[in-house]
Design a protein around this ligand. Sequence first.
Ligand code: PLP
Length: 430
Amino acid sequence: MATYKNPETIALHGGDYRSDPATTAVAVPIYQTTSYQFKNAETAANLFGLKEFGNIYTRIMNPTVDVLEKRVAALEGGAAALAVGSGQAASAYCVQNLAQTGDNIVASTDLYGGTVNLFKNTLRQQGIEVRFADPADPKNFEKLTDDKTRAYYGESCPNPYLRVFPIKEVADIGRKKGIPLIIDNTAAPIICKPLEHGATIVMHSLTKYIGGHGTSIGGIIVDGGNFDWIKDRKRQPLLNEPDQSYGGAVWADAVPVLTGANIPFIIRARVVLLRDLGAPLSPFNAWQIIQGLETVGLRMKQHCSNAEKVVAFLETQKKVKNVIYPTNHQGEIKDRALRYMKGGYGSLVGMDLGTIENGAKFINNLKMFYHVANIGDARSLAIHPASTTHSQLPPKDQLAAGVTPGYVRLSIGIEHPDDIIADIRQSLAA
Ligand code: PLP
């Protein structure tokens, strides 16, 4: 198979798929099956014993999902990937694949609210502590690290603050200690390549830009294949201690021998977590997401260019007190946007309209924008967090999360920029 460097080409031709081996179909077929006929008893035994890799059961692998996994891995410059049923499942598996009861991870304070809930509540109930570090100073990650710290976790371009994460700075701190950096790159496919800056694992909610059409929930985890898991074996016990559920296999040793690749993280996530916790991506959703993936390069260009036009327009509007965008920060925070994002700064734009009433009124008067709790759709979307997603939080906690009373989050779509601006203009006027 040819390999390609450019993301627009990888999105269409990346991974191993050229045409369907059974029918020569060019479009990726939907393999809507639960199971696969084994050639004979010996092959079946080898597949179960991981002596041979192949299809066993769709909870663990599926040929349609496999194409998506290989393409997204190629797009991120990673070694292998695992698709799962949602972005939430991807976040949970990333942590659960490294940390167990009594362990901790250090995560950025700037995270998607669903991730915060998972980290503060459900993982804690499972005995995994998440410590939160302000990414303004990468050293905060080091300060919260101890012998039980198994991973660092951040988001490349988190809303509402839209402060780009210090990827290399935190990855470098972690690599010295045997701690991998996990980056949620949902908001910045193509324009941010966390693995190139030292991250080890990248995850996406496929529900957003990669799917792009607002039809299907999905998530994916990419293993960079770039981490030394055995340098400090005590640091990563789940990959370095015998796994009794696989006859005492030590993943960090066994996987490179079995696969020829340094991917124990993603293999364990598949054959242990997906096997036991079971949140696979359905073949149909994988197929829908592949249709989106094929045009994500084109869409990201339009999303970013439209967002920049919207930012320029909002900055001329008296009713808008503040415009939040990755490049509107100052100093080091702005420099991070310039360092870590290429070809654009994403489609998320924040605007502060001063009061809770103004924010709600603006939303009510929009005609083309959809009022939804989503981002990354081809359509333009808006939400007023203070009266919706963050309304249960006391005002102090809302402010800490970057949600001022008049904050409106826009996810700029790929419509004509004049129509997007016209809708914002008429709603501001109203
Ligand atoms: N990560 C980010 C940055 C998100 O915005 C979301 C959803 O909004 C998720 C993860 C969770 O993804 P999903 O809704 O696919 O479970």
